[in-house]
Design a protein around this ligand. Structure first.
Ligand SMILES: Cc1cc2nc3c(=O)[nH]c(=O)nc-3n(C[C@H](O)[C@H](O)[C@H](O)COP(=O)(O)OP(=O)(O)OC[C@H]3O[C@@H](n4cnc5c(N)ncnc54)[C@H](O)[C@@H]3O)c2cc1C
Ligand code: FES
Length: 501
């Protein structure tokens, strides 16, 4: 079982809520209590709705609990390309929605009395080569056209030389879990209800309402919002239209003050960093080493690379945290937000491309408007039913050819797997045990844990994640613990145990 809790979760206190039991009713039911679901719940309550939130685990312990904690409209170098591919009007609506999200976060912190340590600061993309500096100039022109608070600078305060940087002023960073805890408290204080440890399996609509249900409970409502990172029921093709990506984070205590502001590299490998203060000590959070889930090896060496980079560039006192997290990317880089195609009462928000603190907050506002104001459409470009431009279609086809290859190729590969006896301590893989192909993991005490190797979502073969000691699905990103329980959807059912444990 993974022991890698993020800097935000390791010593967590915060509120906890009981599991659902039996049937209940509300105006709106929200599945998923990350930043998207909790923000939507609070905004809907303020607009007059009775809201119930249903969370499979604990609130804010999904991707929101594994983020870098930057709240910014600067999402790497995106605006020049977005204007080229989707046009200026859509790029403007993306920029405005994310700028508005920063303002919404600031207001919600004030109003909820959150102790999330929100700081207003600049966000910088830095260049290390002349080519990257030229990219910054293009991006600067695009950002200015869209009205973003952007300027080109040379002096970043980073402890290494750069060829330039693009600064967005008046952005923010915070402690994402404390922020969500305050949202949850405010929701409950206003009469809203939250159920934890309550996984939703089904969503059923009829003319009068929508019902979400799981093993132990159900909620009937006028509208349902699926804020579960990726919808676990798919009437809108979201499993085909997104790709799951993992990213790795470390917390490093420094001997000197960290650089002032948030930073991300313009080129590869991506390095994203921000200051971090805890108990009087100062440090940095560094995130990078992203890869498609189940596609490339997920090993502890990922954190090793980040630590090596930190040691090269900072006076590191100690490395105190290692974790990883997952998000979904859409082909055109813009999230899918709105009414799920082929439904009347089910709303979705997914595909935040590792920028869901702002995009998820923006989604919450859009979905609140959609639910409370009837047919008010989501802003240009976000529509959950779209496919995107020609470049997006090409990328979608490539992604799905890869998934088809995994479905077929990995099953053929199962015919030639090694014997479980060959697994060393701490190793996992698809192996033969007593004539059966299983997902096998040998723990440090030498015991073998065997599970079905087939993802309970749509049947792809799982890959062992050696960094987190989990089973990850390369098709749509479901993840399972070594006891078989679901860690990440879209799967909702655990893996079956195989053989003697
Ligand atoms: C390494 C990394 C760094 C990042 N850094 C940043 C950053 O600095 N700034 C930024 O803006 N974004 C960042 N992101 C992205 C951002 O963290 C996410 O996009 C955002 O947290 C998504 O929030 P969410 O509420 O939609 O999803 P989650 O936080 O994942 O919440 C979804 C919730 O739904 C629950 N759930 C799932 N299935 C079910 C079910 N069937 N029934 C009930 N509940 C269910 C889950 O348990 C979970 O709690 C980063 C992402 C990664 C991977
Ligand atoms: S996540 Fe879809 S098959 Fe595994």
């Amino acid at each position: 079982m993974s022991e890698h809790r993020s800097v935000w979760l390791l010593d967590r206190d915060g509120p906890s809520y009981s599991a659902w039991s039996g049937a209940t009713r509300a105006d709106v039911v929200v599945a998923g209590a990350g930043i998207t679901g909790l923000t939507a719940a609070v905004l809907l309550q303020r607009a007059g709705a009775d809201v119930v939130v249903v969370e499979a685990g604990r609130i804010a312990e999904g991707t929101t609990g594994g983020t870098t904690g930057k709240v910014t409209s600067q999402h790497g170098l995106i605006y020049h390309q977005m204007i080229e591919r989707r046009g200026e009007s859509i790029a403007r609506s993306y920029a405005e929605a994310n700028q508005r999200a920063i303002a919404d976060v600031v207001s919600l912190v004030d109003e909820s009395g959150s102790d999330c340590g929100l700081e207003r600061a600049s966000a910088f993309v830095y260049a290390l080569t002349d080519d990257e500096a030229a990219d910054l100039e293009q991006e600067h022109t695009a950002a200015q056209r869209l009205g973003l608070p952007a300027r080109l600078i040379r002096d970043t305060g980073l402890p290494f030389a750069v060829t330039g940087a693009l600064e967005f002023t008046a952005q923010a960073y915070f402690h994402p879990v404390r922020y969500c805890d305050a949202l949850a408290r405010s929701l409950v204080a206003g009469g809203g209800r939250i159920f934890e440890q309550s996984r939703v399996h089904g969503v059923d609509e009829d003319d009068d309402g929508v019902e979400i249900s799981g093993d132990e409970g159900s909620v009937r409502a006028e509208h349902a919002i699926l804020a579960t990172l990726i919808p676990f029921v798919d009437r809108g093709g979201f499993w085909l239209k997104t790709r799951p990506w993992r990213g790795y984070g470390i917390g490093a205590r420094l001997r000197a003050a960290p650089p002032d502001g948030m930073f991300i590299s313009a080129g590869a490998p991506t390095r994203s960093l921000r200051p971090w203060r805890e108990g009087g000590d100062t440090g940095v959070i560094i995130v990078g080493e992203g890869h498609e889930t189940g596609d490339e090896a997920a090993t502890p060496a990922r954190w090793g690379e980040l630590e090596r980079w930190a040691n090269e560039n900072f006076e590191v006192e100690s490395f105190d945290y290692r974790w990883s997290a997952q998000d979904y990317a859409t082909a055109d880089g813009i999230p899918y937000i709105g009414r799920s195609p082929l439904t009347k009462r089910t709303m979705v928000a997914t595909g935040f491309r590792k920028w869901g603190l702002s995009n998820g907050t923006a989604a919450a506002r859009m979905l609140t408007d959609l639910v409370m104001a009837g047919d008010r459409p989501v802003p240009d470009g976000f529509d959950a039913g779209r496919i995107g431009g020609p470049a997006a279609i090409t990328s979608l086809i490539a992604g799905n050819v890869k998934v088809a290859g995994k479905l077929i190729g990995d099953r053929v590969g199962r015919l030639t797997v090694a014997d479980a006896d060959e697994l060393g301590s701490g190793q996992g893989g698809i192996v033969k045990e007593q004539g059966e192909t299983v997902a096998g993991y040998r723990d440090p005490s030498g015991d073998l844990h065997t599970l079905s190797p087939t993802c309970t979502h749509l049947g792809c073969t799982l890959h062992f994640n050696a960094a987190e000691t989990t089973w990850d699905c390369p098709c749509h990103g479901s993840r399972f613990d070594i006891d078989g329980s679901v860690l990440n959807g879209p799967a909702t059912k655990p893996l079956e145990h195989r053989g003697a444990q």
